[in-house]
Design a protein. Structure first.
Length: 327
């Protein structure tokens, strides 16, 4: 059952906060909203983590006018110290001060050297079976066959970011001071301590099993929050989305070796079967492409699966070398 979308009070995500602390937000209204959010002290740990991330991102820059004591004073007010990382009441004032000084040109930064490009490590699940992976922070990821995730070596420092190609299920270790982000195309899922799935193969879907996640657009702006057993379906071309109620344990059953389809198009089902069984499937009869399938398969041979599907959907098939042809 679809639900109407209600926009929550302004709450900037980690990407937007980091951009703010780096002095990259020019829109006055957006800056005012961010500063009001910082002053509210709703999530001081996240704010401090984003400040530190901004500090790390600009550490390759050198100031011609600011002295080291200026920086140390800012770090002290912001609570950013090497041995002690405690939030101070002056956090909001220090954050605003930093951006105002940068914007006013009081400190001029010149590149000291070219910033080293981030090296992304990519893990791909081979066709035939899901791939289980433990991330450096202890989070667990199950990657659908043929899909892949990427992350940098500094993954577990300030912001934990994953880039996804395909489909994967995440069981995240909670760490409020290190936001967890999963980016698929133009959209980002911000994790608030949870287990969920992101599928970016056709339309982009985010399915929540437990906890809470937030969906962000390509500008880092919040679109909606998901509750358990909700799924956000995003039309990537139109840029629109809607929420629907699901049985998340059924949607994510593939992580335990069971393929479940609930009124899925035969074309989508065959895409999953190709990756799951390491085979090619071609549908010759075009009217079958939109045929809807409801079925469950757990550790069954491909020939058995195809026999069940042919009876359910009313088609015939044949084997041509390494390809199954449906007609």
């Amino acid at each position: 059952m679809d639900e109407s979308i209600t926009m929550a009070d302004f709450q900037p995500d980690s990407i937007l906060l980091i951009s703010y602390f780096e002095g990259n937000i020019s829109d006055p209204a957006t800056k005012a909203d961010i500063e009001a959010y910082i002053a509210s002290c709703k999530a001081p740990e996240v704010v401090q983590a984003c400040m530190e991330a901004a500090w790390n991102n600009t550490s390759h820059l050198k100031s011609d006018k600011a002295t080291d004591s200026d920086w140390q004073q800012f770090r002290r007010l912001a609570g950013i110290e090497a041995k002690r990382r405690t939030m101070y009441p002056q956090l909001a004032a220090a954050a605003v001060l930093l951006v105002l000084i940068i914007a006013a040109g009081g400190w001029f930064f010149k590149p000291q050297h070219k910033e080293k490009a981030l090296v992304w490590q990519t893990i791909t699940a081979a066709p035939g079976a899901p791939h289980q992976l433990q991330l450096p922070d202890g989070s667990q990821v199950t990657i659908f066959p043929g899909s892949s995730i990427s992350y940098v070596k500094t993954f577990n420092t300030t912001v934990r970011e994953i880039r996804l190609s395909g489909r994967a299920f995440f069981n995240i270790t909670s760490a409020a001071e290190r936001p967890f982000l999963v980016t698929a195309g133009k959209y980002t899922t911000q994790v608030l301590g949870t287990s969920f799935e992101v599928d970016d193969r056709q339309s982009l879907t985010v399915s929540l099993l437990s906890g809470k996640v937030r969906l962000l657009d390509n500008h880092g702006q919040p679109l909606t929050d998901l509750q358990p057993n909700q799924q956000a379906i995003i039309d990537k071309q139109a840029g629109s989305f809607h929420l629907t109620t699901i049985e998340a344990n059924v949607v994510t059953a593939w992580t335990s070796g069971q393929l479940s389809f609930d009124q899925e198009k035969l074309n989508t089902v065959c895409t999953d079967l190709q990756q799951w069984y390491k085979t090619q499937i071609r549908i010759e009869k075009k009217e079958l492409l939109q045929k809807r399938i409801t079925a469950e398969f757990k550790q069954l041979p491909l020939q058995t699966v195809m026999g069940i599907l042919s009876q359910t959907a009313g088609f015939r098939y044949r084997q041509e070398k390494d390809t199954i042809v449906i007609y």
